[in-house]
Design a protein around this ligand. Structure first.
Ligand SMILES: NC(=O)c1ccc[n+]([C@@H]2O[C@H](COP(=O)([O-])OP(=O)(O)OC[C@H]3O[C@@H](n4cnc5c(N)ncnc54)[C@H](OP(=O)(O)O)[C@@H]3O)[C@@H](O)[C@H]2O)c1
Length: 290
């Protein structure tokens, strides 16, 4: 099976390439090899590689920066998805696109399911929702919403915490926003399972890690795990603060836990993020030189 992977240098892209077995021929492209906003470049790559499926791991993910950069965020998160949708439709091949829990307003008190209505509160969420609608126009389009992605690659909350914790005695972390951390490697495995099932039903799915936490609780877990590894002796004092005490350009949902029953029923279950955190912390500490 031949897979065109876009955004290959991002967290999901790297984890996907790491896990793709020999049965898959991956053309891993990042922005330099294939800018997905360039329709002609997309057509050219598709015509020469002739993929059996497209996996889009590319996105504009700078949530706060997007507030003052709507056009770029829209071009990458929606217009470019339109390009990939057109090509996947032309070849009638599966198109796997990834979206976000930030399409919800966070006012729910129970986990969001795929049929719940969207009400994004930020430019990032709005442009990602527009991209979802494009991807779902493809006859074999699959959109996977995920949340709070971390990995040994790129930039993410785990790395930021470990870096800051090594520099400061105390950290204040938002304690009233809840979600499910997701290891990018688990998400990559879920996508590989979907590709392996040749008759996977097109549509919208939720996929995330298995336990919800606040950012404050996530930070606590990061530091206790790092400390238990024996590689991170100094742990900062953490205090929980409110969203109002930590204003950011983009509004974030207070509660964006997603119900993953639809994928569970198809044999794809949430990843155990605490176990994955334990496995990758030594790699991160090695990389950041702590
Ligand atoms: N990170 C999270 O916490 C989170 C949460 C929920 C959902 N998601 C979704 O999960 C997916 C994967 O996220 P991630 O964390 O792996 O993102 P990431 O690490 O930010 O990677 C995104 C990649 O896309 C590339 N890219 C940006 N614009 C491009 C373009 N025009 N053409 C080709 N490549 C381009 C980026 O390259 P440059 O570095 O050159 O920009 C980067 O390598 C995304 O759809 C994201 O919206 C992420």
């Amino acid at each position: 099976m031949r897979i065109l992977l876009t955004g290959a240098e991002g967290q999901l892209g790297r984890c996907f390439s790491d896990r793709a077995g020999d049965s898959l021929e991956i053309l891993a492209t990042d922005r330099k090899q294939l800018d997905i906003t360039d329709l002609q470049a997309v057509e050219k790559v598709i015509d020469s590689f002739k993929p059996d499926a497209i996996v889009n791991a590319a996105a504009y993910t700078a949530v706060d920066k997007a507030e003052s950069d709507y056009d770029t965020a829209y071009a990458i998160n929606c217009e470019a998805v339109k390009n990939l949708t057109a090509e996947a439709s032309r070849l009638n091949i599966p198109f796997i696109h990834v979206s976000t829990d930030y399409v919800f307003n966070g006012e729910s008190e129970i986990a969001y399911s795929e049929s719940d209505s969207c009400d994004p509160q930020s430019v990032y969420g709005t442009t990602k929702r527009a991209g979802e609608l494009e991807a779902l126009k493809s006859p074999k389009g699959i959109v996977i919403r995920t949340s709070w992605v971390f990995s040994e690659y790129g930039n993410n909350f785990v790395k930021t915490m470990l870096r800051l914790g090594a520099q400061r005695d105390a950290l204040s972390i938002v304690g009233d926003q809840y979600g499910c951390p997701t290891y990018a490697g688990d998400l990559a495995q879920a996508i590989l399972k979907m590709l392996a099932a040749s008759d996977f039903e097109p549509g919208l799915y939720h996929y995330s890690g298995d336990e919800s936490v606040s950012w404050y609780q996530f930070a606590q877990k990061i530091f206790t795990t790092a400390n238990a590894s024996g590689l991170y002796p100094r742990v900062p004092i953490l205090s929980s603060i409110t969203t109002e005490e930590y204003p950011t350009p983009a509004a974030r949902p207070r509660y964006s836990v997603m119900n993953t029953n639809k994928l569970n029923a198809m044999g794809i279950t949430p990843g155990k993020w605490k176990k994955q955190l334990e496995a990758i912390i030594p790699k991160i500490l090695n990389e950041i030189g702590v």
